[in-house]
Every structure is written in structure tokens, then in C-alpha cells.
Write a protein that binds this ligand. Structure first.
Ligand code: HEC
Length: 129
């Protein structure tokens, strides 16, 4: 009897703890700004094209639609960037291009393997106009 009650309390605590940690999985924009500076800024600016296209307002924007002249994998892309697609793109741009476009390769030669850093940088991009 007591053991059953203790087990029930244990489950309740575990469930409430998993809810409490959910926001960190969703990403943190401030941490994401830091990731952007360290991992993306060498090629990307928010306002102007560099080695890669400008990224201000990219969430919800049509892929491959900045003034940027050197799109390769995203040429003729026919979708808008959602947080889910961005996650897949940043994780592995080449695999992404093969799965979502007619093209075979990309000029973004960078992958971000860390799930948490991707979530953070996407959260930051949502705030970047
Ligand atoms: C080595 C340079 C380089 C780095 C580092 C880099 N990118 Fe890119 N990025 C590119 C290039 C080049 C393209 C265009 C790809 C193509 O068309 O094949 C691109 C395209 C993109 C696009 C698509 C934009 C559009 O207009 O559709 C997004 C989003 C993006 N990068 C996000 C990121 C993020 C976030 C990071 C850091 C985590 C990052 N990139 C790091 C070079 C880079």
C-alpha cells in the first residue's frame, strides 16, 4: 500500500520535472545569438549578403530568395523556412538539399551537430528581422 503510494508520488514528480525542463528544449534566443556569433557570422550577416545570404527575417521567408547571387543548393527552392526545416538544414545542408530540392549539392559547407545549439540559434533567428 505504502509502496504504491510512493510509486505514484514518484511518477507525479517525474512528470512535473519533465514539464519544467521543456522550455530549454525549445531553445533560448540569447544563447542562440552567441551561437550565431561563433558559428554563423563568419559567413552570414543579418542585413547583408556575405559568403552566405543575409539571414534577417529568414524564418517564414521563401528559401533561396535573398538578393544573394551565389545560391547553389537552394536555387529554385519551392518552400518557406519553418523552424523544423531550418533545424534539418543546419544539421546537414547537403542531406537537406538532396531530400528537399532538385539540386545535388550546396555551397553551405557547415554542419551544426549539437541539437541544443541548433534550437537556440533558430530561436534567435525568429527574433532577427
Ligand atoms: C562556410 C560558410 C557558412 C557557414 C559557417 C554557415 N553558412 Fe549558412 N549558408 C552558406 C551558404 C553559401 C548558403 C547558400 C547555400 C546554397 O544555396 O547552396 C547558406 C544558406 C543558409 C540559409 C538559407 C538562407 C536562404 O536565403 O534561403 C540559412 C537559413 C543558413 N545558411 C543558416 C546558417 C546558420 C544558422 C549558420 C550557423 C549555425 C550557418 N548558416 C553557417 C554559408 C554558410
Amino acid at each position: 500500500m505504502l509502496r504504491k503510494a510512493l510509486a505514484a508520488i514518484g511518477i507525479a514528480v517525474a512528470v512535473s520535472m519533465s514539464f519544467a525542463s521543456a522550455p530549454s528544449i525549445a531553445g533560448d534566443a540569447a544563447a542562440g545569438e552567441d551561437v550565431f556569433k561563433k558559428k554563423c557570422k563568419s559567413c552570414h550577416d543579418l542585413e547583408k549578403d556575405k559568403t552566405g545570404p543575409a539571414l534577417g527575417g529568414v524564418v517564414g521567408r521563401k528559401a533561396g530568395s535573398a538578393e544573394f547571387k551565389r545560391y547553389k543548393g537552394l536555387v529554385d527552392a519551392d518552400f518557406e523556412w519553418t523552424p523544423e526545416l531550418l533545424d534539418e538544414w543546419i544539421k546537414d545542408p547537403k542531406a537537406f538539399v538532396e531530400a528537399h530540392t532538385q539540386n545535388k549539392s550546396t555551397s553551405m559547407t557547415f554542419k551544426l551537430a549539437d541539437d541544443g545549439q541548433r534550437a537556440d540559434v533558430i530561436e534567435y533567428l525568429k527574433t532577427a528581422k
